[in-house]
Design a protein around this ligand. Sequence first.
Ligand code: NAD
Length: 346
Amino acid sequence: MDFNSTVLVTGGSGFIGSHLVCSLVNRHPDWRIINLDNLDYCCSPRSLESIEDRANYTFIRGDVCNSRLVNHIFNTENIDVIFHLAAKTHVESSFESPSSFQQVNIDGTRVLLGAAHQARHQPRRFIYVSTDEVYGASLDEVFEESSPVRPSNPYSATKAAAEYLVRSYWDKYKFPIVITRSNNIYGPRQYTEKVIPRFLSLLQMNKKCTIQGTLPKSRHFLFVSDAISAFLLILEKGIVGEIYNVGTSCEIPIMQLAKELIRMVKNVPDSEVNDWLEFVPDRPRVDLRYPINCEKLQQLGWRAEVSWAEGIRQTVKWYQDNPDFWSDTSEDQGQIRSKLEKSPSK
Ligand SMILES: NC(=O)c1ccc[n+]([C@@H]2O[C@H](COP(=O)([O-])OP(=O)(O)OC[C@H]3O[C@@H](n4cnc5c(N)ncnc54)[C@H](O)[C@@H]3O)[C@@H](O)[C@H]2O)c1
């Protein structure tokens, strides 16, 4: 079968990547979607089972840092579009093993960019999926795309470094890159180390939600389908060389999040909600909030469509309907359990 376009998604088996791949495969039967992923501990093959037999989907198990493999893909396929999502993403682990974050997030991006730029078939877009964390913390300031970048943990530092590499290909070669910086994305199938699935998994195991430190931390939460619609719009209408914040005004204090999930999952009266909270020490420095301005993306016609009430309802229901989803990953449940108890996340 002939396809009109070939899209390479790196990290397409991960949380956001799997939603993006499913969406592309379903919406564009005339596009070929190639997923390059090394199936790290945080993804499950089940995330893509609904599309794995589709004629327009190809999976390549491999490392984005492997230049021979990546060059081979660009030499043998006519890649038109790249969505680069493959990354190490867990902030807490980035303090423990910063070198693996540097390798995948920076070197992997360098390898991919080099191969895409050298390819005989020139891609029309290279979309780098970055994060609001590159701005660092804010108390009052709302970050614009032009705000200074001040990452404050090894994860966000590697994402910022990779952004600079990506931008250098625009500055030097006018290679058609676009960068997205999104808020916290949540929804079904997210691995249990991130804050919402971590609270849900703890509650499912009849354990308390662990709250780090006493500072009033909050996060902006964007439902995954709204993030995907932003990425697809940016592919269609985004201007090359530009950065787009992808965010939401839905800011939820972490304490409120825990209480809301306790009420939803445990069905307890307000007087018993605090019994399901446990306070643990904070990591050395934690960003309190990351507010971003998304007018630039809204001018392209994007609006978040899923309310917090609806998004969290769908998410909680999915985790309740799929309690064993993560038990067949490379980590066994025992390891997941011990990680959940001691490992707070973004
Ligand atoms: N989840 C969020 O809230 C959020 C917010 C903003 C930006 N992002 C960015 O979006 C991207 C995807 O995030 P996610 O939440 O889906 O993460 P995730 O951890 O669920 O997925 C990452 C994927 O990358 C793959 N991967 C890791 N190392 C690889 C390598 N060396 N070669 C090939 N594949 C590799 C993993 O197997 C996994 O499938 C990341 O780049 C992240 O920085 C995430």
